[in-house]
Design a protein around this ligand. Structure first.
Ligand code: CA
Length: 336
């Protein structure tokens, strides 16, 4: 069975060298120095991110992956002052396109965008899709604490809908105010790295909430063709959709549809390497296999717990497996 995965990260030393001096995203600058230093030291430069020809291909062979959709890892090239971001994102996309050009059957790519300059970001998305044959964009966290439901970002989503390419949403370190309010505790200390405030829970809730905000902003009423991809099985939101429908009715929200309808129609979900049988079956039951796409979150899920066999050996029907393994990705990303 053909396997396409789409939360598979990449880094390039030429970009890291230019962005490293800025540290983490600006929204984190208010964190205590000890925590900020811990974050700033987390610039990933390992071979598994930068080396394609040996390390990455070995992994793909082992995991039976035919094609990875590549995206830049956190902190993305956009994590620099806006006046530099336009140029650096362009360079980063050009670098990524070299890999896609070299191995067109093995890799596709999501653009990285200078979100603080929305008109430029929309132009860059168009260039990436039309000239470099990218298949969408991956955006992370907020832009300096600003959520993307702010009308200033609309041109980016409008362009994605026009080009008919999806936007993949990736977590990023929650900003300092959120971290200090929700994740500091006098009883334990779990916020200096990949712990409570980030990959252990916090950044998932952060990006899940962000996507709910996008729905509430009416973005899908304005752009019915717009598609989002939500990782980690929807970042906690799917289990709350019944409640949201119960309280946030169209007469309250002013939206054309129930909240859950947008999740069923405009949003696609990936496991991002969280291999839970119950979760897989729940998501297929609720949203249908046609809204689930395989993703291993290379290289962040420990390799010994990565498993394409998990999908292939699951109790789903062969047709459902085909949809999740490659058919949905081919359709959504126009890979054929
Ligand atoms: Ca990831």
């Amino acid at each position: 069975m053909k396997i396409i995965t789409l939360e598979e990260h990449y880094a390039d030393k030429r970009i890291i060298d230019q962005t490293a001096k800025y540290g983490c995203q600006t929204g984190l600058r208010d964190l205590p120095e000890k925590i900020l230093n811990a974050y700033n030291s987390m610039r990933f430069t390992g071979d598994n991110l930068t080396d394609v020809d040996t390390v990455r291909f070995d992994f793909m062979r082992e995991q039976k992956v035919d094609m990875q959709v590549l995206s830049y890892t956190n902190p993305v090239p956009d994590s620099v002052p806006p006046e530099e971001a336009v140029r650096i994102c362009k360079e980063a996309n050009d670098i990524l396109s070299e890999i896609v050009r070299k191995y067109p059957d093995r890799f596709a790519a999501f653009a990285t965008l200078p979100m603080g300059s929305p008109v430029e970001a929309a132009k860059e998305l168009e260039r990436c899709v039309k000239d470099l044959h990218f298949v969408g964009a991956l955006i992370t966290g907020t832009w300096r604490g600003k959520f993307y439901d702010d009308p200033m970002f609309f041109p980016i989503f409008e362009k994605a809908a026009e080009l008919d390419v999806p936007i993949s949403w990736h977590p990023e370190f929650p900003n300092a105010k959120i971290q200090t309010h929700y994740y500091f505790s006098d009883s334990y200390s779990l916020i200096t790295g990949m712990e409570f405030a980030t990959a252990g829970l916090g950044w998932h809730l952060d990006i899940g909430l962000h996507m709910a905000r996008m729905v509430l902003s009416g973005i899908f009423d304005k752009l019915p063709n717009l598609k989002f991809i939500s990782g980690h099985w929807g970042e906690g939101i799917p289990s709350m959709l019944d409640r949201m429908d119960q309280i946030l009715r169209p007469k309250t929200t002013g939206l054309k549809k129930k909240i859950s309808e947008y999740y069923h129609e405009n949003i696609y979900f990936t496991p991002s390497g969280i291999l839970s049988k119950d979760q897989l079956e729940y998501m297929v039951k609720v949203f249908g296999a046609e809204h689930i796409i395989w993703a291993l979150d290379y290289p962040y899920v420990p390799f010994d717990s990565c498993s394409t066999d998990f999908l292939l050996n699951s109790d789903l029907t062969e047709q459902e497996k085909e949809l999740i393994a490659h058919v949905n990705a081919e359709k959504l990303l126009h890979l054929k």
